[in-house]
Design a protein around this ligand. Structure first.
Ligand code: HEM
Length: 414
């Protein structure tokens, strides 16, 4: 007999500020007691926490569609082309973009720029012996790398949009910087439209041109679809990577033994990166909408009902991962769901990995004794979509610049 909704209704709202109680434990309790639960928050939705169920919800678009948005509540931007589509429409939008984010493309065209912007941003703070690991490093570098990769020419705008996304996702609703960040992200749509118009008039060899000239079924895509694709490339590309870098660096402050291990055994970085993605799961929750009645975890989910797949919780499932709350630097295999699953699996994962590996290892190399100022650490205000550290001020023994003649830090608008 399927369990009725009443039997599995819990008091849960993924938008509530993080409680003092350990959120990992709260999710583990939910996973044990009620792996598919119902909550009345946000007009009602199912909460799915077991690895296998989360994987199925993300993958099985015959039952769980992305149409109508992948967040609860639905996004205020309206429809996002690509992310909100199922195959075959999704495939038609994703195929042209794939080539701009392959492992080879990242290695050949972006890796040296990741190295460049890492040098520049670390040089900017290295002599002071003090910085914010979040804004100065984890926000600034992915913003520069992502905007440059896109082909965005005006460097003055790179930092502003990276900061705006971080403020919007990490600050409490109503905080002036949340309001400002939200305003900048909305305003940026107009700038994206201008850039795409400009690429249609004068095509270049860059991903903005790929989006501007995209055709589906032999016809140019509507301009607003192009805007939504670029918005998601920036939004999905910047703050998730920010969150991952910050979570790992703060963890390594609290676990000096693991920091020393990574410093002396750099060959561990690739498995460590996957483990940080699993354990700290930057993109915590992704939603779908049920389109065909389906039974999951002993509950019947009806068409039209919204479903929250807790990637975070799936990644901490003890049925799949031994000692799931531990960070095991050489964990292998590690089939985490941190980049999603199925046709929507993160298109930017090679870029994200390359950025993370270079930035985090460079911090350990150039600021080997950094210490987080613990009483100034601030978490994201919500655990809803992205989570991690809003601010992580740190001190370290001052070092020397590696590009003393570069003026690039000044051009970033930082
Ligand atoms: C650590 C960093 C990152 C994490 C944890 C992450 C996570 C995810 C997840 C979980 C999804 C699946 C969404 C779904 O199932 O609906 C996704 C999709 C996506 N990601 Fe990432 N992402 C990261 C970095 C990036 C980067 C660097 C880019 C691009 C510059 C990017 C662009 C996208 C896009 C465009 C999608 C939608 C793909 C589709 O619908 O086919 N992400 N990402």
């Amino acid at each position: 007999m399927p369990r009725s909704r009443d039997e599995v209704t819990v008091d849960f709202d993924h938008h509530l500020p993080l409680e003092a109680a350990d959120p990992d434990e709260a999710l583990a309790d939910l996973q044990r007691a009620c792996p598919v639960a119902w909550t009345e928050a946000n007009d009602g939705y199912w909460v799915v926490t077991r690895y296998t169920d989360v994987d199925r919800v993300l993958k099985d678009y015959r039952f769980f569609t992305s149409n109508g948005g992948i967040t609860i509540p639905k996004p205020r931007y309206g429809e996002s082309a690509l992310v909100d589509y199922d195959p075959p429409r999704h495939t038609a939008y994703r195929r042209p973009l794939n080539a701009t984010l392959t492992r080879e493309f990242v290695a050949e065209r972006v890796q040296s720029r990741i190295e460049h912007w890492t040098d520049v941003c670390l040089d900017r703070v290295i002599e002071a012996g003090r910085c914010d690991l979040m804004y100065d490093i984890a926000v600034a570098i992915p913003a520069a790398v992502t905007l440059e990769w896109l082909g965005w020419e005006n460097r003055d705008e790179w930092w502003g949009i990276g900061e705006a996304w971080h403020d919007m996702l990490s600050r409490p609703f109503g905080d002036p910087r949340y309001e400002h960040g939200t305003g900048v992200v909305s305003w940026f749509d107009g700038r994206i439209r201008e850039e795409l118009d400009q690429r249609r008039a004068e095509p270049r060899d860059d991903p903005l041109t790929t989006v501007a000239l995209m055709e589906v079924d032999g016809k140019p895509i509507p301009p607003e679809h192009g805007v939504s694709i670029v918005r998601i490339l920036i939004g999905a590309g910047v703050d998730t990577t920010t969150s991952l870098i910050g979570s790992a660096l703060v963890h390594l402050h609290f676990h000096p033994d693991q920091r020393r291990r990574l410093q002396s055994e750099p060959g561990l970085w690739p498995t460590a990166a996957e483990e940080f993605i699993r354990r700290f799961t930057p993109a915590r929750n992704i939603s779908r909408t049920c389109v065909q009645e389906v039974e999951l975890g002993g509950c019947t989910i009806a068409p039209g009902e919204r479903v929250l797949a807790s990637i975070w919780s799936g990644n901490l499932d003890g049925e799949v991962f031994d000692d799931p709350l531990e960070v095991t630097l050489d964990r292998s295999p590690n089939a985490h769901l941190g980049f999603g699953s199925g046709v929507h699996r993160c298109i930017g994962l090679h870029l994200a990995r390359a950025e993370f590996l270079h930035v985090a290892s460079s911090v350990l190399q150039r600021m080997p004794d950094y210490r987080v100022v613990e009483n100034e650490l601030v978490r994201y205000a919500r655990q809803s979509e992205v989570h991690g550290w809003m601010k992580a001020p740190a001190v370290f023994t001052p070092g020397v610049k590696v590009r003393p003649d570069s003026q690039d830090a000044l051009t970033l608008g930082l």
